[in-house]
Write a protein that binds this ligand. Structure first.
Ligand code: PEP
Ligand code: MN
Length: 358
């Protein structure tokens, strides 16, 4: 159920609704929109009657929410959510299409810093890099762990780019949250409810990737776990699903973009790297993602893709990425969006030099 407050309702009136809801044993989630504030009531609603709220001061109306994703659905919040990354001017879900780029895995300090400088110069706004890697084989490279997080922090220091990195286990959430500007929940963990609850209790934005056999309504219910814990800064990510097709690593389900945008107010990210699995297909599907309405893209980029310790086959070289960014800008304009201009990286190159000689 949602309680819709009148425009201009006072703080005291809002707090009284929250207090009354708590008294009745349900959990109130205030959602502050531009035009109105609503309070979504979730949990056990047996014995909660709409009439009680209808008669309260400051209340415009009450509604039953039919959909299961009460906090992440559009009924409770018709306008788009914009996820702002604290400490930067990056806002995901507004008119600018945000490009996140970087290697699959952080392999060394110089690798991540070199990549960060190059992707920033090309116009990326967020640096990606896995320090804890969920690998199919236990014998494959598992990531550098905390050392990798420190390298990411160094790359952020040099370039100013906020970083996104994956958290694989519940125990590692406090550590990864110390370093990451966005916590990534990988496809294999989409339905790891303990992990979802844990990231929901942090104040960090979370990018939730669709599981390889996850339905879109399941993805939304997993996002709902994060929101139900009080963290509404969630990005939904399409990264391809398993089908019978073997020509590509996954089948990149771009239907997800308009479908998710219709049913949820959360920003949608597209990952054409995992979606295709082959670098030669990444540019076409990256452009298609922007055309389809994605709010952000996450793209794997490596200074020497053939030598990458993970996902080299789908990683773009620095040059290929720079070329792609030029094309993406044109596509963005065609769909009334934009991709930020190149930034001057001379000062960051100086900083890098100073760091290396230190
Ligand atoms: C990744 O982003 O490198 C990754 C492991 O992605 P996914 O969880 O989508 O496989
Ligand atoms: Mn990868």
């Amino acid at each position: 159920m949602i309680v819709v407050m009148r425009p201009g309702a006072s703080r005291a009136e809002l707090e009284e609704v929250i207090r009354r809801a708590e008294q009745m044993g349900c959990k109130p989630h205030p959602i502050y929109g531009e035009s109105r504030t609503v309070i979504a009531l979730v949990g056990d609603l047996t014995g909660v009657s709409r009439e009680i709220f209808d008669e309260m001061n400051g209340v415009a109306t009450t509604m039953r929410i039919q959909e299961q994703h009460k906090l992440t659905g559009r009924t409770a919040r018709p306008e788009n959510t914009v996820v702002a990354l604290p400490g930067s001017d990056v806002r995901i879900g507004a008119d600018e299409v945000i490009i996140m780029a970087g290697p699959c895995s952080v392999e060394s300090r110089s690798q991540i810093i070199e990549t960060a400088i190059a992707v920033k110069e090309a116009g990326a706004k967020v640096l990606r890099g896995g320090a804890f890697k969920p690998r199919t084989s236990p014998y494959d490279f598992q990531g550098l762990g905390e050392e990798g997080l420190k390298h990411l922090a160094a790359a952020r220091e040099v370039t100013g780019l906020p970083v996104i990195t994956e958290v694989v286990t519940t125990e590692a959430v406090p550590l990864v949250a110390e370093y990451a500007d966005i916590l990534q929940i990988g496809a294999r963990n989409m339905q790891n409810y303990g992990l979802l609850n844990a990231v929901g209790k942090t104040s960090r934005p979370v990018m939730l990737k669709r599981g390889m056999s996850g339905l879109l309504k399941e993805l939304l219910m997993c996002a709902e776990y994060i929101a139900a814990n009080g963290n509404y800064n969630i990005l939904l990510c399409e990264r391809g699903i398993r089908t019978y097709e073997t020509a590509t690593r996954n089948t990149f389900d771009l239907n997800a973009v308009p479908v998710l945008k219709q049913s949820s107010h959360l920003p949608v990210v597209a990952d054409p790297s995992h979606g295709t699995g082959y670098r030669e297909f990444v540019p076409a599907m990256a452009k298609a993602s922007v055309a389809a309405g994605a709010d952000a893209l996450i793209i794997e980029v490596h200074p020497d893709p053939d030598k990458a310790m993970s996902d080299g086959r789908q990683s773009l070289s620095l040059e290929d990425f720079t070329r792609l960014m030029r094309d993406l800008r044109r596509v963005a304009v065609a769909v009334d969006r934009f991709i930020g201009e190149n930034e001057d990286v001379d000062s960051t190159l100086d900083e890098l030099e100073a760091l290396e000689t230190a």
